[in-house]
Write a protein of this length. Structure first.
Length: 67
């Protein structure tokens, strides 16, 4: 799964990392620290769960940005 940033103003999703083995890693396969993450279930207009973990570890059950 790819981790994206969603820019509501421009309606764009920009890839910032990928989910691998329970840790968020960047394009260099290095762990990244992220905060204020929103996990969207089903679609952007659907429900969301906000999470924050300094180690970038969390369980993702569905995709983001409507996919």
């Amino acid at each position: 799964m790819v981790v994206t940033k969603y820019y509501k103003k421009d309606d764009q999703c920009i890839a910032v990392g990928k989910y691998s083995r329970g840790i968020i890693i960047d394009q260099n396969n290095e762990p990244i620290s992220i905060s204020n993450v929103k996990i969207y279930e089903d679609s952007i207009k659907g429900g969301e769960r906000s999470i924050s973990n300094a180690e970038g570890e969390f369980e993702v059950l569905h995709g983001v940005c409507g996919e």
